[in-house]
Ligand binder design. Sequence first.
Ligand code: FE
Ligand code: FE
Ligand code: ZN
Length: 298
Amino acid sequence: MIIGSHVSFSKEELLGSAKEAVEYGANTFMIYTGAPQNTIRKEISSDLTRKAHEYMKNNGIDIQNVIAHAPYIVNLANKENLDKWHFGIDFITNECHRCETLGIKYLVLHPGSAVNHTKEEALNNIKEALKIILEDNSKTTILLETMALKGTEVGSLEDLKFLLDLNSERLGVCLDTCHLNDAGYNLSNYDELISIIKETIGLERVHCIHLNDSKNTCGSHKDRHENLGYGTIGYDNILKIATKEEFKSIPKILETPYIINTKTQKKEYPPYKFEIEGLKNKEFVENLASKVSDYFNK
Ligand code: FE
Ligand code: FE
Ligand code: ZN
């Protein structure tokens, strides 16, 4: 299983990220190359990148499976403010180059929200933006993420199918199990899910899976992640996606919520070490919160 989680990129850049992933027993990871909520980006250190690659090699992490995620404030669907839309295009173009500098092959991108546009306009705006981005000479593959369809979000499998007909080698899909559930896809029927994927985007386009349970019911359009087995999707349904043949060679990334430190009442403790161990053993982690807080409190 190629399994990891979202990790930080702030300490020692990629080297720090890789070290954090190894602490969790992961063999891959996902980063934002700067703060997820803004577009401020500092220059990448070639020295730390080189050290990170060496560290990964020695610790069983194949850089080919490492994922970057674009900041979620970029909205290529909204053309109301043209300067902003062009800024988004330039930013993602640069982000592709930052990925190349880091040796990362995949960049996950939220397709966007229609805001005051119709859904059709929104999809056309995204397609137009992607077309410009893909004209650039970068080799980074952009993975469009399936979205929960919260508010005016686009990003159903059908929406992604429309965007994928740009027919670029550099375009793929990242499935997010929480988002699929919240968007209305029933994850308790694995075979049906596979056939919907085949009919829409095609299995070969899937290059990353965000493994999350959901706090809300199927079709709720909410987008609130839950720890594996503690939400409405349930452990067995998530385990199938994590272990079945169709997705065997695809990196799986956890974006599940941190655990509350009962002393400070803040979500401070990453659950990933325990959730990854559970997945490897194909076993639901009972009493996750107390296991995690005991581990960090000792
Ligand atoms: Fe995402
Ligand atoms: Fe996600
Ligand atoms: Zn989400």
